[in-house]
Design a binder for this molecule. Structure first.
Ligand code: GRF
Length: 214
């Protein structure tokens, strides 16, 4: 019997280039997923326009409409859950989520972050890598925990810093690699090759001692 495609919800706050990469990979047949909903905390998020253009349902929920973060997160996740996703992807979603809403999604929610985590959680990752004189920078995909940009790592992609690099050139060089990384991770999950057991990521049945490389 054919396996139904993985139902994916994507959360964004801005540009949505990672979302667009998922949409394009789905369209080209590279990725057997069904993006069932795209949710954002910002009505102006450009990524919402990508979703609309692709005919994907959208949710916009303004944090200003809710009395506190816990209730905002509960409402957002209740609306997302109504679409019965198998996987939630945080793709440039610029909010820390409440532990209470994350708990039921343990092992089913991932984030893409532009640094070689655990280095540089938070913002300005490219500038921080340059300032530290790191020879290597990159992006990571991890399962989401209650802390910012932390949780068991699934995979990462690395790029070498080059003389004369600025935060902008580094970001531009990394972004396509980040897109490929996210698409590959979602593909592995859709293929049933990835499981989170406790805080250990398993790939093809074997515990990962370090993140996979893409
Ligand atoms: C990406 O670099 C992602 O890793 C980070 O925020 C950025 C979002 O980019 N969390 P986009 O909205 O997918 O273009």
């Amino acid at each position: 019997m054919p396996v139904p495609p993985l139902r994916v919800a994507v959360l964004i706050s801005g540009r949505g280039s990672n979302l667009q990469a998922l949409i394009s990979a789905q369209r080209s047949g590279e990725l057997a997923i069904d993006i069932v909903v795209v949710a954002s905390n910002r009505a102006a998020a450009e990524g919402l326009r990508h979703a609309e253009a692709a005919g994907i349902a959208t949710i916009t929920l303004d944090p200003g409409c809710m009395p506190d973060r816990a209730r905002y997160d509960a409402e957002l996740f209740a609306r997302i859950a109504a679409f019965s996703p198998d996987l939630i992807v945080l793709a440039g979603f610029m909010r820390v989520l409440d532990a209470a809403v994350l708990a039921p999604w343990a092992g089913r929610i991932i984030n893409v972050h532009p640094s070689l985590l655990p280095k540089y959680p938070g913002l300005h990752t490219h500038r921080r890598a340059l300032e530290a004189g790191d020879p290597i920078h990159g992006a990571s995909v991890h399962f989401v925990g209650a802390e910012l940009d932390a949780g068991p790592l699934l995979a990462r992609t690395e790029i070498a810093l080059e003389p004369g690099d600025s935060a902008e050139t580094l970001a531009a060089r990394l972004l396509p690699r980040e897109h490929a990384l996210l698409c590959r991770c979602v593909q592995w999950i859709a293929q049933g090759r990835v499981q989170l057991r406790g805080s250990t990521v398993h790939f093809d049945g074997t515990a990962l001692s370090e993140p996979l490389r893409v």
